[in-house]
Design a protein around this ligand. Structure first.
Ligand code: IPM
Ligand code: MN
Length: 366
């Protein structure tokens, strides 16, 4: 059996509960595909601030450098909102992304038929939606210099180096190649020079990928198009700030933020985390939706360990569980079965077993 080192950062709020769910699925599925795990658990976020006075210690960062993959629950909460900028849990997340060089953030927005009714959009508009937001994660206005504020003004800088645009554009075309081969690059080139430059560089890189269709859209128009006709998109490529905003829109239309996973990858490291936040209001009650965290583990199987079969198995088990009517409170509606975090997890684990026995076990031994 192969062994992988995973650094686990449960974080704050519901982080620890959903992480415990995700780890159960990780171990059970890993075993089926010959992968076992050494888990190194570390503090990060508000809990780290409470224990050590900093949201990200060198020890935690070191543990991430040493891991084959990092799993993150969620960080933040009201409790730490008033801290100075660099002590906030969010600052730790940004530092972690930058230190690990996680320049590509992959956020799939796929709609499950069984939760079509949970969306704020009409079924007819939504059904069949399946796209990915690929967000540049270590550049742009999030990190640009100069930045700051004094009593009279505040400022930030949206800046992109050619090399930063080139590598995220390549990533976009490569992911699109495995999908429907359509990239929509999103910018604000009618107003911002940095966006015009982005558009030019993306077009150059596109020269190496003639089999992929490239379209450019302005970010305001894209926001509108996502709610108007989401099916038109396959892969949305965009910068850090625009991707932050668009991925929340994309997340909402699919019905529940509680179900969306994400992967942040670089040349060397990879980190997987739910798109949703730490939901401090429901923390510790065993009612949070573990699906985003579980599907983040699924992404880890295929992107970090090349086990796309394990990824599929988890996705199918989640889908079947939803089809069986099991729902945590955030996606519950009348006539369905209300379950808590642990029950949802057990149900997914049972489906993992049944689906594996009927669809995978035989083929593996052949
Ligand atoms: C996200 C979050 C973060 C971001 C915050 C918590 C720093 O909103 O991952 O989308 O803005 O990138
Ligand atoms: Mn965000």
């Amino acid at each position: 059996m192969m062994k992988a080192n995973i650094t686990v950062l449960p974080g704050d709020g519901i982080g620890p509960e959903i992480m415990s769910a995700a780890l159960q699925v990780m171990r059970q599925v890993g075993e089926k595909f010959g992968l076992s795990f050494d888990v190194n658990e570390q503090l990060m976020g508000g809990c780290s601030y409470d224990a050590y006075g900093t949201p990200l210690t060198d020890e935690t960062l070191q543990a991430c450098y040493e891991a084959d993959a990092v799993l993150l629950g969620a960080v933040g909460g009201y409790k730490w909102e008033k801290l100075e900028h660099h002590l906030k849990p969010e600052a730790a997340l940004l530092k972690l992304r930058k230190s690990l060089g996680l320049y590509a953030n992959i956020r799939p927005a796929k709609v499950y038929n069984s939760v079509l009714d949970d969306s704020s959009l009409k079924k007819e508009v939504l059904s069949g939606t399946d796209f990915v937001v690929l967000r540049e994660l270590t550049g742009g206005i999030y990190f640009g210099q100069p930045r700051g504020h004094d009593r009279e003004k505040g400022w930030n800088t949206m800046v992109y180096a050619r090399s930063e645009i080139e590598r995220i554009a390549r990533k976009a075309f490569e992911i699109a190649r495995l999908r429907k081969k359509r990239v929509t690059s999103v910018d604000k080139a009618n107003v911002l020079e940095v966006s015009q430059f982005w558009r030019d560089v993306v077009a150059e890189v596109h020269g190496d990928y003639p089999d992929i269709e490239l379209t450019n859209l302005y970010v305001d128009n894209t926001a509108m198009q996502i709610v108007r006709e989401p099916r038109q998109f396959d892969l949305i490529l965009t910068s850090n700030l625009f991707g932050d905003i668009l991925s929340d829109i994309a997340g909402m239309i699919t019905g529940s933020l509680g179900m969306l996973p994400s992967a942040s990858v670089g040349e060397k490291y990879a980190l997987y985390e739910p798109v949703h936040g730490s939901a401090p209001d429901i923390a510790g009650q065993n009612i949070a939706n573990p699906i985003a965290a579980i599907r983040s583990v699924a992404m880890m199987f295929s992107l970090s360990f090349g086990l796309s079969k394990a990824d599929d198995l988890i996705e199918k088990a989640v889908e079947r569980t939803l089809a069986q009517g099991r729902r945590t409170a955030d996606i519950f509606s009348k006539g369905l079965t209300l379950v808590n975090t642990q029950q949802m997890t057990e149900s997914i684990l049972e489906n993992v077993e049944t689906i594996f026995q009927s669809e995978y076990a035989e083929k593996l031994t052949l």
